[in-house]
Design a protein around this ligand. Structure first.
Ligand code: NAD
Ligand code: UGA
Length: 315
């Protein structure tokens, strides 16, 4: 099967592209190497994928000739976008709109003209906002709490519109805070490990009792493999939640144990847009795709630490 992965040089995209290749798929990756974080990191991800056999197209989804790129493609996995909850206020909102909404609309237009068997969209637990009850399931009314969440929900709605109006076989996965090897450097675990290794204090927003349903990147890639091979009908939206709802303070205890370092904490004020809690049920993904999260948080954190150590020794 030929699979097009957008955002293929990023954290989740590069992991997914290599996993698809490992299953014998023909993988084409697209990425524009945005400078939200060090593009050199993305270049290293892309080089590893190309060495493994992924064909790579460098370019922006806003301007690339998508009709040509979609010829002969069966599955589109749309992971490109502007991530990050806390950075989405103020002037940067324009970037979020362009990279999360406009790119998605352009890709959907090209996909409805092509012969696509599945269009997969990377939505986010951020669409739930501060929910009234937990765990959140897909039938709850989304009420984003950050500008980022608004753009991810707009993208999700667009995807559903093309499903309803044009019969495009779409599915949107709501990923819950993803971690593991190649995690983005702006995300909590990357920052916590970097500080612990450097012997510097970690910065915790608020008192550290906020809860996240952390999801291992290998488990996310597994869901994307399953959906690529699935040919029956699917619900429009499904949670991908790791099943490990823990507090930031509990994570720091595990990081101290893994690194063997004392972790000192510097508390900073809560940041606007950060919800107090995420936690999702993933019953739809289990029933339709047989997917369950398999990686316990301590094992996934160990894998992320091992990758950090290995990556720093090869640079
Ligand atoms: P990432 O920044 O590592 O990857 C995104 C990639 O998309 C980057 O390499 C970037 O250069 C590329 N890109 C952005 N705009 C582009 C464009 N117009 N054309 C081509 N390439 C473009 O982020 P990630 O953490 O791997 O997230 C991947 C997707 O999953 C994003 O859509 C994000 O919103 C979503 N998501 C991530 C998480 C998480 O916890 N990491 C959770 C929920 C949803
Ligand atoms: C993550 C991703 O960054 C988003 O792209 C994604 O859409 C979102 O998950 C999601 O699941 O929808 P976030 O939950 O903020 O967002 O992930 P982290 O950056 O790993 O933060 C986790 C928690 O740690 C947050 O409560 C945050 O406030 C806290 N944190 C983060 C700190 O206390 N200190 C830090 O230095 C960084």
């Amino acid at each position: 099967m030929r699979v097009l992965v957008t955002g293929a040089a990023g954290f989740i995209g590069s992991t997914t592209a290599e996993a698809l290749l490992g299953r014998g798929h023909d993988v084409v990756g697209i990425d524009s190497f945005t400078d939200y974080y060090d593009p050199a990191r993305k270049r290293r991800n892309a080089e590893a994928s190309v060495a493994a056999g992924v064909r790579f197209v460098e370019g922006d989804l806003l301007t690339l000739p998508l009709d040509d790129l979609l010829a002969d493609v069966e599955v589109v996995i749309h992971l490109a976008g502007q991530p990050g909850v806390r950075a989405s206020w103020g002037e940067s909102f324009d970037e979020y709109l362009q990279l999360n909404v406009h790119t998605t609309q352009r890709l959907l237009e090209a996909s409805r003209r092509a012969d696509i068997t599945r269009f997969v969209y990377a939505s986010s637990s951020s669409v739930y906002g501060q929910a009234d009850s937990y765990p959140t399931d897909e039938s709850m009314l989304p009420r984003p709490f950050s500008p980022y969440g608004v753009t991810k929900l707009a993208g999700e709605h667009l995807v559903s519109l093309y499903r309803e109006n044009y019969g495009l076989p779409t599915v949107s996965f709501r990923f819950f805070t993803v971690y593991g090897p190649r995690q983005r450097p702006d995300m909590a675990f990357s920052r916590f490990f970097a500080s612990a290794i450097a012997g510097a204090p970690v910065t915790v927003y608020g008192d550290g009792t906020q809860i996240r349903d952390f999801t291992f990147v290998g488990d996310v890639a597994d869901a994307l493999l399953r959906v690529s091979a699935h040919d029956g009908p699917l619900p429009p939206v499904m949670n991908l939640a790791g099943g490990s709802s823990v507090t930031v303070l509990e994570v720091l205890d595990t990081i101290a144990a893994i690194t063997g370092r004392r972790v000192d904490i510097e508390h900073l004020p809560t940041v606007n847009g950060d919800v107090f809690r995420t936690g999702g049920v993933a019953h739809l993904a289990r029933e339709t795709l047989g997917w369950t999260p398999r990686t316990a948080l301590a094992n996934g954190l160990r894998a992320q630490f091992d990758w950090i150590v290995e990556a720093s020794s090869t640079r």
